[in-house]
Every structure is written in structure tokens, then in C-alpha cells.
Write a protein that binds this ligand. Structure first.
Ligand code: PLP
Length: 395
């Protein structure tokens, strides 16, 4: 039954049964108090996951890409300058989206496998003595390369430069799975999507917006209608939505946050770290390396594995899908073919990850790659055995 295998793509992630059930509900009048009773806990929950102390949560029927667009169109005007480092497919796509909206993007080209270059960002901000740069864009977790950037450090760099630009962070593949501190890091807009750490189907863009970013709405002139925060906030205040909301997904979001909080956010982050570390031990046992160049950059939600010379990562992904019914992520853009990606986020356990590692090994052996069957699995088993956290059986 191939359909029952877990997926190992870095989103959309495996959907817990209880979340699927919460999404599956009869039609509800979204202009009735019943909707407000459903919506308010979801908004309050997002606020807690993002660690917000002020500002507003915006939930849009969209995906992460829509969240990027909403962030810039609500706060910026044509011709404004934003600063962004490009070090993977998703940082690239956000830059492209800004350019297509008529923003000027000051790009810091950075080798794929590295993270946001804090020193270069600080220098660029220091050099901008006229305050041309309105926002710094940062991809917290570059899903294409499995690289986590240091957002707390980025805030320190911005403060050290004494620059007043807003800080917009793409947390699509980190939020809900790795520590995220919107208030403490001084993030002005955080963007998440429903289909990764929140373990839902795709369909929601989830944003945290600071008071500074909310104030920028008043002067921003980039066109927006569907994504206009002002309409959203006006309707939210009355317990409603400016148009027809995806009620089932919102119900699922509240349930997913309950699950995360029942486990405990810190425990969720620790679990993701353990799962990721087991994968990294397996990769090392295969004699391979993550694409992320140094351990401080390793992502706890996705590992992009550099494949041996003469091998093609996409072959492994194709074979895994066709022969074993298991989904891994292909390499994207500059690293297409050079990596395959193992997603290890959302609803996953040690045992599930071991099955993914075992499948990857079978594919490597099938393709004649130079590995020994069981080597990576054994390394991960040793690590998981030694660091196991007692698991209550799911009800
Ligand atoms: N940002 C990151 C880091 C992502 O991983 C993705 C999708 O994988 C996106 C943005 C785009 O999100 P979506 O595909 O939900 O539009």
C-alpha cells in the first residue's frame, strides 16, 4: 500500500489523523459567531508559536508564496529598495517576486550551502547612509540547501549598523519545527505556510506582523486587494473574514497548534533536532555530506545530501517514488542533480525516519552507488537508541 508510506519531502508534510479530522467538518456560516469561535483560537495559537508580544497575526487563503507577496505589497511602494542575500531557490524566488513587483533588490550573492552573510548585510546597511533600504529579507531556513540562517544575529547586525529597515523573515520551513522568536529577534513580518511545521494541507499563508510593519501599510502604494491587511484586520475585529475563508483549514490549524502545544514547543524543537541529527549521522556513515557547509548552518527540518561524484540525486528520488512509493525531495536550481533532500519535519518519529533512511539506502544500492546497505540506518539507530525520549502511544 504505497499510499500509506510517510513522505520525506520538506513539505507538504505528513498530516496527523486528528488534524485531518479537524479539517473535515460540515459547512459553517463564516458570517456567524460559530466562525469567530473557531478563528480566534487559531489566531491566538499562531501568536504563541511565533512568540509575538505585539502586532497582529494575518491568516490568508494562500501559500507561502502569497505570504511573501502580502508582506511586500502591504508595506512597500514601487521603486523602494530591499536588501536580500541569494543562497538558494527560495531566497531566489522571493527576490524574483520583489523584482516583478517593481522593487529594487540589492542582492548579496552568496554561495549555495551558506547562510545569510551577516557581515556583508551589516556593511551594506552601514553604507546606506541615506536610508534607501526599506526592508531586509531573510530566508530563515533555505529549504533547497538545508541551511538555517541566524536571525538573532541578523537583528544584531542590523542594530549594529544603526539602520531602521524592517526585517522580513521567511519561516515557511522553520516555523513550528525550529525555534522562532518574532519579538526577541525584532522581526517585522514572519511568513509561514500551513503545509510544513503546522502539518496541514497547503492552503494558508500565516503571517505575524509587527506594529512597525502595520504602520508602513498607511504609506505603502504597491497594489493589493486580496492580500490587503487593512481589510483583513477590519473584518477580524468583528470576528469575521473579508471574503469566504477556508474554514476547514482554520479548524485544522487550531487543532495542529493544540498538538504542538500538548507536546510542548521546546519538545517539538528538540524532537526535530534529534531526528535531524540521526539523519546527519546516516549521511556521514554513507560517506556523504550535507550541502550546508558548516554544522552551525545545519537545518533541523531538511537535509540536502550531496551525492557522490558521477551520481545524480534526481535518479534516487525518481527510483524511490517508482519502486518503493516513497517521496524524497529533488535538488532545485543550482544544486539540481547534485543533491537529494530528506525532509524531516512535522509529524515524524525515529521509526518513521529510519524507514526513510532504509529506503534511501535501497535506492542507492539499486543505482550502484558506493554505500553499504544498513550503514546509515545503523548510525541513526545508535543515535536514536542513545537519545530516545519515551513516547506515549497515540490515542
Ligand atoms: N519559502 C520556503 C523556505 C519554502 O520552503 C517554500 C516552499 O517550499 C516557500 C517559501 C514557498 O511556499 P509555497 O510553496 O507554500 O508557496
Amino acid at each position: 500500500m504505497q499510499s500509506q508510506n510517510p513522505v520525506f519531502i520538506p513539505g507538504p508534510t505528513n498530516i496527523p489523523e486528528t488534524v485531518r479530522k479537524a479539517c473535515d467538518m460540515p459547512t459553517l456560516d463564516h458570517r456567524s459567531p460559530a466562525f469567530a469561535r473557531l478563528f480566534r483560537p487559531a489566531v491566538a495559537g499562531v501568536r504563541r508559536v511565533l512568540k509575538m508580544t505585539e502586532g497582529e497575526v494575518i491568516i490568508l487563503p494562500s501559500t507561502g508564496t502569497g505570504g511573501w507577496e502580502a508582506a511586500i505589497t502591504n508595506t512597500l511602494s514601487p521603486g523602494d529598495t530591499v536588501l536580500a542575500a541569494r543562497f538558494g531557490m527560495f531566497s531566489h524566488r522571493w527576490i524574483d517576486l520583489c523584482q516583478r513587483h517593481g522593487l529594487r533588490v540589492q542582492i548579496i550573492e552568496t554561495p549555495w550551502g551558506q547562510g545569510a552573510p551577516l557581515d556583508k548585510i551589516e556593511a551594506a546597511l552601514k553604507a546606506d547612509t541615506s536610508g534607501t533600504i526599506k526592508a531586509v529579507l531573510a530566508t530563515h531556513n533555505e529549504t533547497a540547501t538545508g541551511v538555517r540562517s541566524d536571525i538573532a544575529g541578523l537583528r544584531r547586525a542590523m542594530d549594529a549598523a544603526g539602520h531602521t529597515a524592517m526585517l522580513f523573515v521567511d519561516g515557511v520551513s522553520s516555523i513550528g519545527s525550529m525555534p522562532f522568536e518574532m519579538a526577541a529577534w525584532g522581526v517585522d513580518i514572519a511568513v509561514a505556510g500551513s503545509q510544513k511545521g503546522f502539518m496541514l494541507p497547503a492552503g494558508l499563508a500565516i503571517l505575524g506582523v509587527s506594529p512597525k510593519a502595520l504602520a508602513a501599510m498607511d504609506t505603502a502604494t504597491l497594489p493589493r486587494t486580496f492580500f490587503d491587511f487593512r481589510d483583513m484586520l477590519k473584518s477580524y475585529a468583528a470576528g469575521g473574514f473579508p471574503y469566504t475563508p477556508p474554514v476547514g483549514l482554520i479548524a485544522g490549524l487550531a487543532r495542529a497548534i493544540e498538538m504542538l502545544e500538548d507536546e510542548g514547543l521546546d519538545a517539538v524543537y528538540a524532537r526535530h533536532h534529534r531526528l535531524a541529527e540521526g539523519v546527519r549521522r546516516a549521511v556521514a556513515a554513507w560517506g556523504m555530506k550535507p550541502c550546508a557547509v558548516t554544522p552551525d548552518l545545519y537545518s533541523d527540518t531538511v537535509t540536502a545530501v550531496l551525492v557522490p561524484e558521477g551520481c545524480n540525486g534526481t535518479d534516487l528520488v525518481t527510483l524511490a517514488a517508482q519502486k518503493y512509493g516513497v517521496a524524497f525531495g529533488v535538488g532545485l536550481g543550482e544544486v539540481a542533480g547534485r543533491v537529494f533532500r530528506i525532509g524531516h519535519l512535522g509529524m515524524l518519529t525515529d521509526v518513521m525516519v529510519l524507514s526513510g533512511l532504509a529506503t534511501a539506502e535501497m535506492c542507492m544500492a539499486d543505482l550502484g552507488w558506493p554505500i553499504t546497505l544498513g550503514s546509515g540506518v545503523a548510525a541513526a539507530q545508535e543515535y536514536y537508541r542513545g537519545s530516545a525520549v519515551a513516547m506515549a502511544m497515540a490515542a
